[in-house]
Write a protein that binds this ligand. Structure first.
Ligand SMILES: *Cc1c(COP(=O)(O)O)cnc(C)c1O
Length: 359
């Protein structure tokens, strides 16, 4: 029952309830939700000016566990619940485990998460622990974790909720619906980071569905950016030992590789790469100029646009949406390392004013 009935205020009900007709659920599906989705689409004044285009940020860090992974997880866990699952498993660079742990707990299931040893952000590790996940650090990288998770789900009674699970993609496509519902049109270009490539696959699916039903009149070009040290799609071959500080996209053999290429080609888009230095600089910029704090991986899309602008390869006067995928609070070391120490002042208005530069 709505608490807000009298005032007429409306609380967002989560992506399954909001987009029920477009998702593979029925009256038999127990909906497991933390009211994910409905995230802000923020007009970015400084970036628009800087890039010579109208730029919006789709701020996925505002989801319940702080990343877009919640959109897919509500679907995956709801369907697992429908199938009577008691335990779920996933491999994760961090955000999937945070999300799986929260949603599995909400559903009364046991979450099991496999993360690469020493390569996930502390905030994400803390989330999995807080939500009571059985957490295994694997001596290997993300790709090894995924292989192990798949094998466990094939041989034991535990369901896999990685983005190879088709329900994850279904849930994640709702972000495209939200963009069009908010703007009233599809952007010319949609930009995002690419890791395991589930998200670019999901967005493209969502855009195509609205277009097919004539809710939008056009389709965006999908632009994806990988990290230079983890750019298998750009290089056209598996990267055995992916390396980047952007841990959420530190993936050498993306599960949705083919689908991402398809999204790129069908949309006449591109998938390119950016260096860690370019990622960090975009990461700092979007926080400092737009008030939007994201994690480093999330800034790969913006880094790509800045790189294209500098190379004179960016068109002008277009409508561009950038998905910033996760919350900056998960991985704070990149802001704190090298930052000035806070200034200590006595309880003295004159001295404080002087330090601030007011006098
Ligand atoms: C998972 C994730 C990505 C990568 O998304 P894919 O669907 O794996 O391509 C990017 N940024 C953040 C913050 C993520 O959690």
């Amino acid at each position: 029952m709505s608490l807000f009935k009298k005032s007429g205020a409306h609380q967002w009900r989560g992506v399954i309830k909001e987009y029920e007709k477009r998702l593979p659920v029925s009256s038999k599906t127990p909906i497991v939700t933390l009211n994910e989705g409905g995230t802000p689409l923020i007009y970015a004044c400084v970036l628009s000016e800087m890039l010579g285009n109208d730029v919006w940020l789709k701020f996925e860090g505002a989801n319940p566990t702080g990343s877009f992974k919640d959109r897919g997880m509500t679907m995956a866990i709801s369907k697992a619940a429908e199938d009577g699952a008691k335990a779920v498993i996933c491999a994760s660079t961090g955000n999937t485990s945070a999300s799986a742990a929260a949603y599995a707990t909400k559903a009364g299931m046991v979450p099991v998460v496999l993360v690469p040893q020493g390569k996930i952000a502390m905030g994400k590790l803390a989330q999995a622990i807080a939500h009571g996940a059985k957490l295994l650090q694997v001596k290997g990288n993300f790709d090894d974790c995924l292989t192990l998770a798949k094998q466990l789900s094939e041989q034991y009674p535990v369901s896999l909720v990685n983005s190879v699970n088709p329900y994850r993609i279904e849930g994640q496509k709702t972000a495209s619906f939200e963009v069009i519902d908010a703007l009233g049109f599809a952007p010319d270009i949609h930009v995002m980071p690419v890791g395991n490539a589930g998200n670019i696959t999901a967005y493209w699916k969502g855009y195509k569905e609205y277009y097919a039903d004539r809710i939008s009149k056009s389709l965006p070009a999908m632009w994806g950016f990988q990290a230079k040290g983890a750019a298998p799609i750009v290089r056209g071959k598996i990267v055995k030992n992916p390396e980047t500080l952007a841990t959420a996209i530190r993936i050498g053999n993306p599960a949705s590789w083919k689908q991402a290429e398809q999204a790129r080609d069908e949309s006449k888009g591109l998938i390119d790469m950016v260096s860690d230095a370019e990622i960090l600089s975009a990461y700092r910029l979007v926080a400092a100029k737009e008030g939007v704090f994201v994690e480093p991986s999330s800034a790969a899309g913006l880094a790509g646009l800045i790189k294209y602008k500098a190379a004179k390869k960016l068109p002008k006067g277009k409508k561009i949406v950038i998905t910033v995928t996760g919350n900056g609070l998960k991985d704070i070391q990149w802001i704190l390392n090298g930052a000035d120490k806070p200034i200590t002042v006595p309880v003295d208005v004159k001295k404080a004013a002087k330090v601030i530069g007011l006098s």
